[in-house]
Design a protein around this ligand. Structure first.
Ligand SMILES: [Zn+2]
Length: 298
């Protein structure tokens, strides 16, 4: 692993070279300390379980992790929080508010779960200033078509607040992952701003199809196209043209800090797709800056 000052200067050099004033990363994980420790313990156990080692590159204290992102020139990022059971989401949302309040550059992030009262707390979160939500269909193991969530999708569609959704079937499928269940939600809420996490890995083509069909659907690049993911779930070369054509709705995401490689690798993995500098500028900066109304930091 290269030292952090070298890495930061290389990430900044990447941004300078492609001609963007900074990076917007819609998929970074900051969460309450004890939850993050559990997530890290999971990744530590994954190696022995699956044979695929998952060393966390940025296993630092919170303050240090924020500092590293700033040094990379990431001027907008999120704190992707998500519950695995009922009764947790409001507590996470309280933490998200507190974290964004003390962390410049963090877009206040919220989450939800199909449970009693969910529409009310999501509405309050939107009114209170949540900029982006996270929904994890694989970890949460819930159907996005649950009746409790019907009002939630309506609130989000009306407010135009995006929801980063882990709805693809990677790295392991869930009962409600894949393009089917979220596709049904979109059929009822065609203006819902779903940001498909991980490009919908491994169902890339089908999720590109949802974005082609619904003008507010976007995709985040999180872990996609990297050597790590290409070994397990390669992006089909035949779909590169569709990916290029959807360039206005692809957003940089990284999964920082829980990644088994350096941050620069995600950026280089996008560049080596050779979809052009205009595409790269839109993905790394323009699309996210426009969606969230961000200005360059001088
Ligand atoms: Zn993630």
């Amino acid at each position: 692993m290269m030292n952090s000052a070298d890495e930061a200067s290389q990430v900044r050099e990447f941004a300078r070279r492609i001609g963007v004033p900074g990076l917007v990363d819609v998929h970074t994980h900051f969460m309450p300390e004890r939850v993050l420790k559990k997530v890290w313990a999971y990744f530590d156990a994954v190696g022995p379980l699956t044979g695929v080692e998952w060393p966390i590159t940025y296993r630092f204290e919170e303050e240090e992790r924020v500092r590293v992102l700033r040094e990379f020139g990431v001027v907008g990022f999120t704190s992707m929080i998500y519950p695995h059971k009922a009764g947790m989401a409001e507590w996470l949302n309280g933490w998200g508010e507190e974290f964004a309040g003390r962390t410049e550059g963090c877009l206040r992030t919220g989450t939800f779960f199909p449970e009693a009262g969910v529409e009310g707390y999501v509405r309050r979160a939107v009114e209170g200033g949540v900029r982006v939500f996270k929904a994890h269909l694989q970890v949460g193991a819930y159907d996005p078509n649950s009746p409790e969530l019907e009002g939630v999708w309506g609130v989000l569609a009306e407010a135009g607040v995006p929801v980063v959704m882990h709805c693809g079937s990677g790295p392991v499928p869930g009962k409600f992952t894949g393009p089917g269940p979220v596709g049904e939600v979109l059929a009822r809420h065609p203006r819902l701003r779903v940001i498909v996490a991980h490009m919908g890995m491994p169902e890339y083509g089908e999720f590109l199809g949802l974005a082609e069909r619904y003008g507010e659907v976007r995709l985040d690049t999180t872990m996609a196209f990297t050597d790590f993911s290409e070994r397990m779930a390669p992006f089909p070369k035949g779909e590169l043209g569709r990916l290029r054509d959807l360039g206005a709705r692809v957003l940089l995401g990284s999964d920082f800090p829980n990644i088994p490689y350096g941050y620069l690798h995600q950026l280089e993995a996008l560049e080596r797709l050779q979809l052009g500098e205009e595409w790269l500028r839109a993905v790394c900066w323009g699309n996210g800056a426009r969606l969230f109304g961000l200005e360059p930091v001088r």
